[in-house]
Design a protein around this ligand. Sequence first.
Ligand SMILES: C[S@@+](CC[C@H](N)C(=O)[O-])C[C@H]1O[C@@H](n2cnc3c(N)ncnc32)[C@H](O)[C@@H]1O
Length: 412
Amino acid sequence: MASRSLHHTLSSLPFLHQLENPNPRSRSLSPRKTLNLSNAKESERGIEFETGDSFFRRESAISRDLGVLAAALHRRSLSRGPRVLDAMCGCGVRALRYLSQAGAGFVWANDAFDGDRGLILSNLSGESRFSPDGERRWIVTHLDANRVLAESYLQKEFFDIVDVDSFGSDSSFLRSSMMALKKGGLLYATSTDGYSSGGHRPHHSLASYGAYVRPMPYSNELGLRLLIGGALREASVLGFHISPLFSYYSYHGPVFRVMFKIDRGVLHVKNHYAMEGYLDQCPDSYHKIVSHSLVVSGPLWTGPLHNANYLTGMLKLAEEWGWAYTKQNGIDLQKLLNQMIDESNPLLPFGYIKLDEVASRAKINSPPLATMISALQKEGYAASSIVRCMQEGQEGPPAFLDLEMLQGQSQD
Ligand SMILES: C[S@@+](CC[C@H](N)C(=O)[O-])C[C@H]1O[C@@H](n2cnc3c(N)ncnc32)[C@H](O)[C@@H]1O
């Protein structure tokens, strides 16, 4: 029975043999950083796993929560277990969580480094390899992610979800991931290039994401808009349409993550893809004033960073699962999702203003953020606190996290 099942299920991956890596140990494609050398058991939302000497960051747990919630919501819309590629799986924690928490039907766990094979297999061993129908539920490979993606596309073995937890600003995975996705599929993309978002490597950001970025005060937001703009550019080449379901900045790294929905058809980006300016020397003005001291960056995504409907679905799911009011590394998931929902307002512009700065120019003490936001809203402005500068590990209510931040735009 087992061998029949194995034959049957491997035949649904007809090109797997072509992907055999003849010399996997020579294929460690990125510099390896080892952050966690202990073999201690980790636990995330009740799932236990080991990290060995793989690249693992405990601080990324909240981003894994967000990925699992989005995947579970996608599963509901498909009415079947999604087919997922964890293209850079490290110790395999995402693959494990997609299988056991998001109800994935099949997970391909891949990492170029084959030295972690035993660790990944051991972490996934609690999940049965085959479904009751004899279909393979998971596999582990050690290949360049782009190779898995390109072969999947060529063989028409498309995925519902592709998660690429990459280093730096390697954008070469964006196009191949989109090509390997089914229509309406999800791409969870990552950038960890703080130099580019800080405007310190404009030629690099131009090469990676097609945007010439110069130093601006809101580099955390810039990193997200850079990644979304770069993905938009790749999608347009393919005749696809992308929309960010959520965008999440983490100060450790820094790490910029965006969950995209990919559809066929070109997005009309007239209002969402533009150059952005910042006037850094005029004491009385902030944005969009042409002057010799104007710093211009772009083109960048200037549309909403999140989709409020999708986030509301994720929040409901988090409540159903008992995750909503609990913390991972000091971040309360319910507060985070609610803040992201507020921040999804499409009227909110690029950038933000420090509340302290407004108060200092007005020569008054800073009012409480909530009071200021509500007063602005009553006056007909769109205003929100922001999560894109939130720091993990910070305690206290969210108002303190973003106390000095404010963004708003007249609705007239
Ligand atoms: C940030 S770590 C992954 C962490 C993991 N996803 C998690 O959530 O704990 C990135 C991983 O990508 C692997 N890697 C780097 N370049 C790769 C490539 N071109 N193809 C596949 N894997 C790669 C590294 O070996 C490393 O384990």
